[in-house]
Write a protein of this length. Structure first.
Ligand code: TYM
Length: 337
């Protein structure tokens, strides 16, 4: 079977970018007959971004409820919290020892921090934790521990998946020679109609830019958020360029091919921004209204969700324990005759 795996960092409220980049494609993939799915809450990753325990807890609840509200069936997939799988940090160490430091120097998140420091004349590593630096190795362990083949993600994660491949390949080569392959080499799966969802200011929608549209806003707040998306100053009647428009990009991520073609035509015909935003709101709201109601009910039952996550971890650990035992032998820490 093809194994599909993806995770979301539990450092904030889930937003439309998480939904179109990861949750929606992952749930569609989990319904394939040839697939086995692993979906998880990356709570150890959250500690890289925030030192607020209450925020991690709240985010974990919200993101878990979001997966369930969007149709994830916990009996059919492996649904768990990263911190409930102790084999993940253990594998992180085994991988750390075969990962070139130079590979991590090139990671986007680390480089961005260094560039920002250099630009302001600070020491290059000022404020950079070893956790941020090691982020790609922890993520490689998430993926390799269940030997995933496909990883549905947004474009911003491609580099991390490539690093997971490199690291897995290096381990296979070092400890398996030409023979045994411990790890399958994962591939990123990107939705064609969702390049990178822009946020309300036109940059990539991201918790760190504070430009997100939360996934479960009540309809009237969702409308307000959409009406607040920045546009250029072209007036109604003037032709507009869909390919540089945030409104169009978000619309496309929620619409069928026919609807998208019709919207492209409306742009050429000079639809006003207000009209375009109303159409966008209607499309997004039509897709989210039913799961929003389920979300509200689920998020009010943290104990039920906790039980589901613990059950999911028990099931997943049957796999992670078996592989970890094999790896301990392979590296030589379990072999005294
Ligand atoms: P995170 O939590 O930043 O984002 C979760 C998922 O949402 C996608 N995404 C977007 N997609 C399209 N447009 C956007 N504006 C947008 N913003 C976010 C992300 O690409 C991602 O798929 N390191 C990961 C979490 C992680 C993980 C993993 C993912 C940890 N281990 C193993 C896959 C496999 C992260 O911080 O994603």
């Amino acid at each position: 079977k093809r194994r599909i795996l993806t995770g979301i960092t539990t450092s904030g409220t889930p937003h439309l970018g998480n939904y179109v980049g990861a949750i929606r494609p992952a749930i569609a993939a989990s319904r394939r007959d040839d697939a086995e799915s692993f979906y998880f809450l990356a709570d150890y990753h959250a500690l890289i971004k925030t030192g607020e325990p209450a925020r991690v807890q709240q985010s974990t609840l919200e993101i878990a409820a979001s997966w369930l509200a969007c149709g994830l069936d916990p009996d059919k997939v492996f649904f768990y919290r990263q911190s409930d799988i102790p084999e993940i940090p253990e594998l992180t160490w085994l991988l750390t020892c075969v990962t070139a430091k130079g590979l991590l120097n090139r990671a986007h998140a680390y480089k961005a921090a260094v560039d920002a420091n250099t630009a302001t004349g600070e020491d290059a590593d000022a404020g950079v934790t070893a956790g941020l630096y090691m982020y790609p190795v922890l993520m490689a362990a998430d993926i390799l521990i269940f030997n995933a083949h496909e990883v549905p993600v947004g474009r911003d994660q491609i580099q991390h998946i490539e690093m997971a491949r490199d690291i897995g390949q290096r381990f296979n080569h070092l400890y398996g020679g030409e023979g045994e392959k411990f790890f399958a080499l994962p591939e990123a799966k990107i939705e064609d109609n969702v390049a990178t969802l822009p946020g309300t200011d036109g940059r990539k929608m991201s918790k760190s830019y504070d430009n997100t549209i939360p996934l479960w806003l009540p309809a009237k707040d969702l409308k307000k958020a959409i009406l607040g998306i920045v546009t250029d100053s072209r007036a109604p009647g003037e032709a507009k360029d869909p390919d540089t428009s945030n409104i169009f990009a978000i619309y496309q991520a929620f619409a069928s091919a026919e609807e998208t073609a019709a919207m492209r035509q409306a742009f050429a015909d000079g639809i006003g921004w207000g009209d375009a935003k109303h159409k966008l709101f209607e499309r997004v709201d039509a897709e989210l209204a039913a799961p929003r109601a389920r979300y509200e009910a689920l998020v009010a039952k943290p104990k039920v969700i906790e039980q589901q996550l613990l059950a999911g971890a028990r099931k997943a650990r049957e796999r992670s324990r078996e592989l970890t035992e094999k790896l301990r032998w392979a590296v030589g820490v379990r072999d005294l005759g």
